[in-house]
Design a protein around this ligand. Structure first.
Ligand code: HEM
Length: 188
């Protein structure tokens, strides 16, 4: 069965060493040294300082053409050369969630060009979007976004982030915490 439910655990153990934690908006997260990621409720780090969960879901905002382009260009997560990663946890404000689906689509697509910017800047970027509002237990964020890239791709990723933070959609973001990580296969 394909894993859908993911837990991001901040603490002293895990494959990913955290190199920076930046709070862009709202409350910070408690500082931690490492990040562990597990799927389908296999919480391997019960002593974690924090656990953030999210679940993959169906698409809400893409046309068939965009979907096909994404599938054709996006590369898989977990390849050995992808030694850098970013976890960006986001919460949108009540004004966003009070909109109807067609209003959100208009902001996401027509006003913000989120998908177009992503495809133009870094179409191959391995990533996974997790929804948190779809879980039974209330979560501190609405979305957990996970990205993996090579050290050489860091500037491209940074440019993409700067462009996305300037789009109208981001005006609805009320909490955003960004963790940068490097993979350490033989952790101490
Ligand atoms: C190659 C780069 C990227 C591409 C192609 C891309 C594409 C997309 C697409 C197609 C969706 C809509 C999925 C759906 O139909 O429900 C989406 C949603 C989303 N993306 Fe991106 N994205 C990229 C990068 C990023 C980055 C860097 C971030 C975080 C900083 C991000 C954050 C989000 C969030 C939070 C959503 C959910 C929006 C919502 O449902 O309200 N994306 N992205």
């Amino acid at each position: 069965m394909t894993a859908r439910l993911f837990s991001f655990m901040g603490g002293d153990t895990g494959l990913w060493q955290i190199t920076s934690m930046q709070t862009h908006l709202g409350e910070p997260l408690p500082a931690v040294r490492r990040l562990d990621i597990t799927s389908n409720n296999h919480d391997s780090t019960p002593q974690a300082t924090w656990i953030l969960r999210g679940i993959t879901s169906n698409e809400r905002y893409v046309t068939r053409t965009e979907h096909d382009e994404i599938v054709a260009k996006q590369l898989a997560l977990g390849r050995p050369e992808l030694t850098c990663a970013a976890l960006i946890a986001l919460r949108k404000n009540p004004a966003w969630w009070a909109l109807s689906q067609d209003e959100r689509l208009h902001i996401f697509k027509e006003q913000s060009q989120h998908t177009r910017i992503g495809l133009q800047q870094f179409a191959s970027l391995p990533r996974r979007l997790h929804h948190c509002r779809d879980l039974a237990e209330p979560q501190p964020f609405d979305f957990m976004t996970w990205f993996e890239f090579t050290p050489a791709e860091v500037p491209t990723f940074n440019l993409l982030l700067a462009q996305l933070r300037a789009i109208p959609e981001w005006q609805y973001v009320e909490r955003e915490v960004e963790l940068r990580c490097v993979r350490e296969d033989n952790q101490k």
